[in-house]
Design a binder for this molecule. Sequence first.
Ligand code: ADP
Ligand code: MG
Length: 387
Amino acid sequence: MESLINDSKLRLQSDFGCSSNEQQIIASAPGRVNLIGEHTDYNKGFVFPIALPLRTVVVGYPNNSDEIQAVSLVVDGKVRFNVSDIQTGDPFWGDYFKGVVAEFQKKTGKQVPGFNAVFNSNVPLGGGVSSSASMEVATATFLEALTGITLDPTEKALLCQAAEHNYPNNPCGIMDQFISVHGKADHALLIDCLNESSKLVNMPSSTICFFVINSNVKHKLSGENNPFAERQKSCFKAAEICGKDFLRSVTLEDLEKCKSKMDQETYNRALHGVEEDKRTLEAAEVLIKGDFNRFGELMNASHDSLRDLYEVSCPEVDELVEIARKTKGVYGSRITGGGFGGCTVTLIDRDAVESLKDAVNAHYSRTASFFDGTASDGAKIHSIAFN
Ligand code: ADP
Ligand code: MG
């Protein structure tokens, strides 16, 4: 964290000539990994993520104008715009940031003062652990410090979600921004996506951890039919056939009763959604009790369902899951995130992590990368100049 901040300060000085620490505002927010509850958020179901010890930091200072200027240490291009005229455009990464400024102004009804800022991050970009939400939430937190306006935390997450919808144009669920705001060290967060409420669940032991492995593949999904939209449509259709507003309200009994009215694919997608909600609720309960064996079984069942019923896994990710499941000290392993590549999450004894890394390095057909999944804190203001 310290080097992320120090490197940002150096860049602030070299690009904008700011050397006075007194003027600087520093805020940060984490990336995340979802432990279980996949493809359930848009069905208003349950998700169970943790905030990762990987963060995006923003360091900046007011520049006594109506203009905002920003650079990033991890992506090229300078972002420059007037606070009263916020348009999408080049460089693309600026849209994530501009969106938050625009939504912040819309929400508070106040124009923010101009400032210069530097972004830095150790969250891998596009690696499936949500660098985008960490950047949005870091920005919103920076704006809170800049303006002295404190947002309700859930409103802050919703504002950042709206920013991602309206500027970079990604119709994401609420999970990533929600955990980036509400994450807490040593806790996972059970989120109810119907009413945006949540419950912190304490990690019962420091001898286990959730270890994240990036397959380093992202399959290009070509063709006119977007597989994510297709799956959403199947879930909505199944809910409608069962006479419910959302799949979250459909029981297994409802689904069996209506099975004859839907095609096999629609039934399979819906069965995943209904069972995944049950698994997620049970997972939160067994984690509280410290029943890691059962938690691992639920993770394994989640993966198998995502692979066979929801069909969002891929051979490389399946390979990583199989290697993990054969490793001593592993309780369970599954794909995490949207799918078709990306990361796996594995519940493992902390002292077995090195042997898992060795097994992956020896047997995975490509090169993987590894992230520590220690549950960490959500967004923070590190330094505030004035208000
Ligand atoms: P993910 O959220 O899984 O990492 P996304 O495709 O949703 O992947 O978001 C990644 C994009 O977010 C990057 O390509 C970049 O445009 C933007 N971004 C994230 N973090 C930063 C950062 N620190 N500086 C500049 N842009 C960033
Ligand atoms: Mg993202």
